[in-house]
Ligand binder design. Sequence first.
Ligand code: ATP
Length: 309
Amino acid sequence: YADLRKRAQSRSKSRARTKSRNSSAGFKLDVSDFEFGEILGEGSYSTVVHAIYPPTEQEYAIKILDKGHLKRVNKTQTAIAEKNTLVRLGSGHPGIVRLHWAFHDEWSLYFVLDLAKNGELQSRISRLGSLSLSCARYYAAQLVDAVAYMHSRGVIHRDLKPENLLLDDHMRLKITDFGTGKLLEEGSERTGTFVGTAQYVSPELLTANNTSKASDIWAVGCIIFQMIAGKFPFHALSEYLMWQKVKSLDYTFPDGFDEVAKDLVIEPTQRLGAGEPGTPYDIEALRCHPFFKDVNWETLWSDPAPPME
Ligand code: ATP
């Protein structure tokens, strides 16, 4: 990290020379254009650092991926795929972390992302035990809305879970971590690689090794269950045992689980939100589920968030 600061300073000197030579020419951004602050988090292949872009004083989260490390663990393609997915999603939805710029130098790749100041939804659920029904409904609706956009752009996330749902400074949700994202090509609806996190893996992924938009919707159901119940729907001591439970739909609702939400989550075949647009199980049908009766989808991203409780 200290190395990053040195890198920024040395780039800054050489860029000052270049910029004065090309004062009217457009130039690409690099590390020297940002002021770096605290480390926000670490992933398996990345460090995410708070940064400010001085010309606008805008704050960002910059995800830094070490090229050497990516090469050693054979993940360069994954990083490129993450960038391509973020580019496809563009700035189209407030519930998806936006990639503002991407650049690289000799050592690293840099993704300049929307800053989500309030961390992961997972830590809130852990801290509170579970969420109030109005809070769970609010985040469920934002998740459904953001996933609907993502799917309309031909992107499957494949690893939706509360660790990948960040909260911005207005406590609104932002989906992140498209490292396992998949771009669907025109006409294709499925892809056959196994990725994801055991607790949120769909039965069809385990039995037929198929991921599709429906698997993301399965994960949405698991997340809604978890927000309301404060525990995973499928949990066991090993991944193998967990997968047995998913395959046999071995789960129970805890006492007091909201009756209306029950048929919204964990639906093996007639999964609302999983159908193609215009079919009875499409995403519109999911929005119309009685659990979302009081949600105003038009003002979902401008209304204040309910208190986190
Ligand atoms: P892995 O790559 O192993 O799945 P990860 O998805 O957590 O891990 P990153 O996406 O690199 O990896 O994120 C690392 C941490 O940085 C996250 O846990 C999160 O807390 C924080 N973080 C990531 N993106 C942002 C962001 N846009 N704003 C604020 N914090 C972020």
